[in-house]
Design a protein around this ligand. Structure first.
Ligand SMILES: *[C@@H]1O[C@H](CO)[C@@H](O)[C@H](O)[C@H]1NC(C)=O
Ligand SMILES: *[C@@H]1O[C@H](CO)[C@@H](O)[C@H](O)[C@H]1NC(C)=O
Length: 453
């Protein structure tokens, strides 16, 4: 009895260990496959479906003057400006492509408001930290900052670079209709004065936003770029600006969005990519990401929307950021997108919009992830750098120099922002003010951890 008993006790104790070991092996294997940078799911596809997909691709992939192979596998087509997807839009049949807006937003100094805000600058440690790593290690994206630039070939004058969509890209989407769109089952939900924070559909945010009492004609920010890990194919992590108008409760919200995103479903890998988005009906039928539907008119021959950004920031190492400006041209009413200090990317024509035909009522800046609760727990998909706001410069991701454009077409530092994060144990945000960075914030987090299950 004695020996037997001990033996049984031993094997009883061992069994759970063995099971746990087997489980962890299976789990690790699944995980590796998912994160193996090849998110294409293999399933049977009917030939009819393939024909439908090919027909759609033939519509959105325009004939290329030349084609550039990016080292990351992307194919960039240099498409004649007049043949770009935007002009397929029924409202843009006779559209005359603008070369540039009549005027850029004017910079204004905020001397008057600086003093009052200096007190808020509770971040002297942060300043010190930034100065230590700053300058040399804080890089401005200037010349070759997209992966495809490494090819060396440039798009010829009069063409625009467009990332070619593949059958695999469409097969990863839930349906052909969903390809290039944000998830539809958005139940926009407004808690009194808070913005489009949606509880229950798995979208989680850490954002800063302006009040609703103001008429806004544009927004700008410089956004730190990282390479967050994404746990499963249908989750994403993005860092962006939202320019919004219309009702959050209804089905007519107009939104213009731009920033960087990591979305395996959309791109087949989790590299951070420059993206744009627009909708005029609360993410239902109108609008799409990038140039995946008719709408956004591209004017730039060097920037490919949807192409990977490289290099990206590293922990305690070099920090890279991108500057994005979205504003309404007061003369023609088009919403332009600028990149860096003086580069134009293109514009969303005035004809596309209803509420935004006038002005925006709110701007948001920050991060969003989708949490599908894979394996029954909160996702480990990271926001920003994957580190919480309090880790500060070089560790947490930031948005700096938050500015808005007023009715006078003048840029000014935004004041009186509110911040919001649904579950600060998963992702959080902390905002500050300094002379050099104006209004800025750190945001992000790891998702799943002992306090976030
Ligand atoms: C993904 O894997 C499939 C099957 O092994 C392969 O055919 C395809 O080329 C891969 N795609 C990428 C982007 O690596
Ligand atoms: C650049 O793209 C061209 C055209 O697709 C391709 O033939 C060439 O090998 C690429 N060069 C590099 C260095 O990747």
């Amino acid at each position: 009895m004695g020996i037997l008993g001990r033996k049984r006790a031993f094997s009883d104790a061992l069994l759970p260990l063995v099971i746990a070991f087997l489980f962890s092996t299976i789990f690790v294997e699944n995980f590796t496959v998912v994160l193996g940078l090849n998110y294409t799911k293999y399933r049977q596809v009917s030939s009819l479906r393939l024909v439908r997909i090919q027909k759609h691709l033939d519509k959105i992939n325009k004939p290329a003057v030349i084609t550039i192979q990016s080292p990351d596998g992307d194919i960039i087509d240099c498409v004649h400006k007049r043949r770009q997807p935007a002009l397929d839009h029924p409202l843009l049949k006779n559209h005359k492509i603008q070369k540039k807006p009549p005027e850029m937003p004017k910079m204004t100094k905020n001397k008057a408001t600086l003093k009052e805000n200096e007190e808020k600058s509770s971040s002297s440690d942060d300043q010190l930290n930034r100065n230590m790593i700053n300058k040399d290690d804080q890089k401005v994206m200037k010349d070759a900052w997209q992966m495809w630039h490494k090819n060396g070939t440039r798009c010829p004058k009069g063409t625009v670079p467009i990332r070619r969509s593949t059958v695999h890209d469409v097969l990863r989407a839930k349906s052909l209709f969903d390809f290039g769109k944000k998830q539809r089952k958005f139940s926009l939900h407004r808690h009194s004065d808070a913005p489009d924070v949606v509880s229950g559909n798995g979208h989680e945010h850490a954002i800063a936003y302006t009040g609703t009492s103001q008429e806004v004609y544009g927004a700008k920010a410089t956004i730190n770029v990282w390479d967050p890990s994404i746990q499963v194919v249908n989750e994403f992590s993005l860092s962006q600006i939202w320019v919004l108008s219309g009702s959050f409760d209804g089905s007519d919200l107009n939104s213009i969005e731009a920033g960087w995103q990591a979305s395996p479903e959309l791109y087949g890998d989790s590299r951070p990519r420059l993206f744009t988005y627009w909708t005029t009906d609360s993410y239902q039928a109108t609008g799409c990401y990038n140039l995946l539907c008719a709408g956004f008119v591209q004017t730039n021959s060097r920037i490919a929307i949807g192409a990977a950004i490289s290099p990206v920031s590293s922990y305690s190492g070099n920090q890279y950021d991108i500057t994005i400006l979205i504003w309404k041209d007061p003369k023609l009413g088009n919403w332009w997108m600028g990149f860096g200090d003086n580069t134009l990317v293109g514009y969303w024509p005035a004809e596309l919009f209803t509420h935004l035909a006038d002005h925006a009522t709110m701007v948001e800046w920050g991060g969003e992830v989708v949490n599908t609760r894979p394996s029954g727990e909160h996702t480990a998909t990271q926001m920003g750098s994957g580190h919480f706001a309090e880790d500060g410069f070089g560790k947490a991701s930031y948005f700096r120099n938050l500015e808005i454009v007023d009715s006078d077409n003048s840029l000014s530092s935004v004041h009186g922002i509110s911040t919001l994060a649904e579950n600060t144990n998963c992702y959080n945000i902390k905002s500050f003010y300094s002379n050099e960075w104006g209004t800025y914030f750190y945001y992000g987090g790891p998702g799943n951890n002992p306090q976030c299950r």
